[in-house]
Design a protein around this ligand. Sequence first.
Ligand SMILES: [Zn+2]
Length: 176
Amino acid sequence: MSAFIRTCLLSFCVIFIAACSSTPTKAPVLPQNQLARLKAMPLPKRLPMPVKNYSHFSDTWGEARSQGRRHEGVDIMAPRGTKVYSTTDGVVASLKGNNLGGTVVWIVGPGGAWHYYAHLNDHKRGLKEGDYVRQGDLIGYIGNTGNARHTAPHLHYGLYLNGKGRGAVNPYPYLR
Ligand SMILES: [Zn+2]
């Protein structure tokens, strides 16, 4: 085989493999047994702070936001790169980013509540949908992605009792 043909075949293989691996992968099926077990557990009345060395934290639930929105969560200010920990045991249900939240983590925990961690600089390396995390596990790092890009880095933490983005409640009394 000539060197030219070998090179061509090799290039073809590289392109073929690259094309295959860039095909969007389907979201993994979440572990239903773990979700059912979590749903049967009560959501604790108090949760640990998801950020240990924060600089500022106050109750900003319900404050006015752009386009007539209300603040559906609380903001925990901390320097970029500060570690963010899960407030509960749970299943990583989604890591899909969005315009407002930027880089985010959604975790389904006790009582079937959805916990939303937004404006992250990064996920914890290797974190993936379907992973089971324990309360206090590292999940990401503080940043200002999404619509926080012109503000100081902080964690936006949201708590939803009726599903992803549904049944928002004020997380402040849980964390105080
Ligand atoms: Zn916020």
